[in-house]
Design a protein around this ligand. Structure first.
Ligand code: GAP
Length: 520
């Protein structure tokens, strides 16, 4: 089993993440968070809110900011007037290129289908290229291993190999083959019996359409939001008018987003329903460059502060040809997932594009009024926007991947989730060493006391070693054991998950210890 398979199995077995609608065969791209998963995701979102919004100015990293700034929160409606999506460009442009297979009825994202031809290189045969047939397989050029690309066509490729004895197989990608009618006619799709079954790529809008009210006509069309960001832009004036925030400031929102992804894949990484944690940070146009640099670093460091290993985390600046036409800069925080390096969060300098679009479409003046600006000409202006946009599900997956570990304790193998205590679903488990001599009663009293402030767990069943290992797999950072000494001197054993080190702690200091280490 590779790491991803092990993680998916642990998530199912221990109640982190289940396939959505599982008893009906599931629904592709939809996932349900179980009892441990919901706690992990809530802790993650809470950590983001605490660090980015509630206590952002108490953090040591603030000195990196060009100047002090404000933050305000928002929870906007998920359904919005469809004009919002026209102004933002989503109705016209939020699409992926899609191809259909007329024979198998499978649908693919054109940019995620590698088309390749075969070459046989070898002493006996010299170099022979097979170019009467091209093969298409799901994957990404440069990222997907040759074996995976071969897998859907194994039989046919094995037959060709026989015809070129001694020849070593080479896969040569053919760029843009799907857009070319002649090349498409030669392309064999996965599972198809003959070449030429793929359609030309066409734009497929990723927004889920729905109707508001009883009438199902064009006037009632709206969309499930594909990002939380637009809810922030359309409330920019409301927040300015009702709070004391002054530019520079950010508006933050956490909430569900929906995208009808053509190929949801890699567990929760690309889902059709997911949660975003977004900030739109409004600043003076002349300061946008400095704030962009600040947020690039600030967001990268946030993952490190929560225990993610730096060697797995990368900050990649987009090349000029990757940028949207309105963007002045964009960087991705990328993580080395088991399936390859991929985007965790994007930080973009969106200039004044969104506010300008909404100002034009709505006819409302969305300019900011700076009453302390001495120059009357410069008092009203459209701020520029830096947008750090993170996915809660993707971050949860990355933290799970980073935390998953296998080692040996006392000669026995164990699986352990080394989650940061702030993220851990259960903060501590409380055990009586044995089920007698007043130990369960004392352990239950400690449990009830801690339960008022923390998500703690009580367990008295089975050998103590097994109880430890169950908690290691759930990512619980501390196990508190009540033993004979507890009854004599009111101290307990605290076992730390990662090192397995045990220390003696006074029972009445447990609350302070957990608060300091887990937050709360
Ligand atoms: N407002 C900007 C925006 O939405 P995005 O790069 O499309 O930008 C931001 O999305 C983040 O949302 C991504 O970095 C990722 O973490 C998360 N995300 C996007 N699509 C997703 C999907 N289909 N499944 C899970 N997370 C997704």
């Amino acid at each position: 089993m590779d790491l991803m398979e092990k993680l998916v199995s642990l998530c199912k077995r221990r109640g982190f993440i289940f396939p959505g609608s599982e008893i009906y065969g599931g629904l592709n791209g939809c996932w349900d968070y179980g009892p441990l998963g919901v706690e992990l995701k809530r802790n993650l979102k809470q950590a983001w809110w605490d660090d980015m919004v509630a206590h952002h100015d108490e953090l040591a990293t603030l000195p990196g900011a060009p100047s002090p700034y404000g933050m305000a929160g928002l929870d906007s409606a998920l359904l919005m007037n469809s004009k919002v999506w026209e102004a933002s460009g989503h109705v016209g442009g939020f699409s992926d290129p899609m191809v259909d297979d007329r024979e198998t009825r499978a649908r693919y994202r054109a940019d995620q289908l590698v088309v390749f031809k075969l070459a046989f290189v070898g002493a006996q045969s010299g170099e022979t290229t097979v170019d009467d047939i091209l093969f298409a397989a799901p994957g990404e050029v440069g990222k997907t291993a040759d074996e995976e690309l071969i897998a859907p066509h194994r039989k046919r490729i094995a037959a060709l190999q026989k015809a070129h004895p001694g020849g070593q197989l080479r896969l040569d990608p053919v760029p843009n083959a799907l857009g070319d009618e002649a090349l498409r006619a030669k392309t064999l799709a996965p599972g198809a019996s003959a070449p030429g079954t793929l359609t030309a790529p066409r734009a497929f809008n990723l927004m889920f359409k729905t109707h508001v009210g009883a009438l199902e006509d064009n006037s009632s069309v709206t969309y499930l939001r594909p990002e939380t960001a637009q809810g922030i832009f359309v409330n920019f004036k409301n927040v300015c008018d009702t709070t004391r925030v002054r530019v520079p400031f950010g508006i933050a929102q956490i909430g569900k987003a929906f995208r009808n992804e053509i190929n949801p894949r890699n567990f929760t990484f690309r889902s059709r329903e997911f949660e975003q944690m977004e900030i739109e940070f409004f600043c003076r146009p002349s300061e946008a460059g400095q704030w962009y640099q600040y947020w690039r670093k600030r967001r990268y460091e946030w993952y490190v502060e929560l225990g993610m290993r730096r060697e797995h985390l990368h900050l990649r600046d987009h090349d000029a040809d990757e940028l949207a036409h309105y963007a002045a800069g964009c960087a991705d925080v990328e993580y080395d997932f088991p399936f390859g390096r991929s985007e965790l969060e994007g930080i973009a300098n969106r200039t004044d594009f969104d506010l300008r679009q909404h100002m034009q479409m709505s006819g409302k003046d969305l300019r900011y009024f700076d009453d302390q600006e001495p120059d009357p000409e410069a008092r009203r202006y459209l701020p520029h926007v830096i947008e750090p946009s993170a996915g809660a599900d993707r971050a949860a997956l990355a933290f799970l991947c980073d935390a998953y570990s296998e080692d040996e304790v006392g000669g026995e193998p164990r699986t352990v989730l080394k989650l940061h205590p702030r993220l851990a679903p259960i903060k501590a488990a409380i055990f009586p060493l044995v089920k007698k001599d007043g130990m369960p009663e004392k352990a239950l009293a400690i449990y009830s006391q801690l339960k008022k402030r923390f998500n703690v767990f009580y367990d008295e069943k089975g050998a103590i070693g097994r109880r430890y290992r169950r908690q290691d797999e759930a990512g619980t950072p501390y196990c508190i054991t009540v033993d004979g000494d507890t009854l004599a001197n009111d101290t307990v054993t605290v076992r730390e998950r990662d090192s397995c080190a045990q220390t003696r702690v006074a029972a009445n200091e447990l609350g302070a210890m957990l608060a300091e280490r887990c937050g709360g």
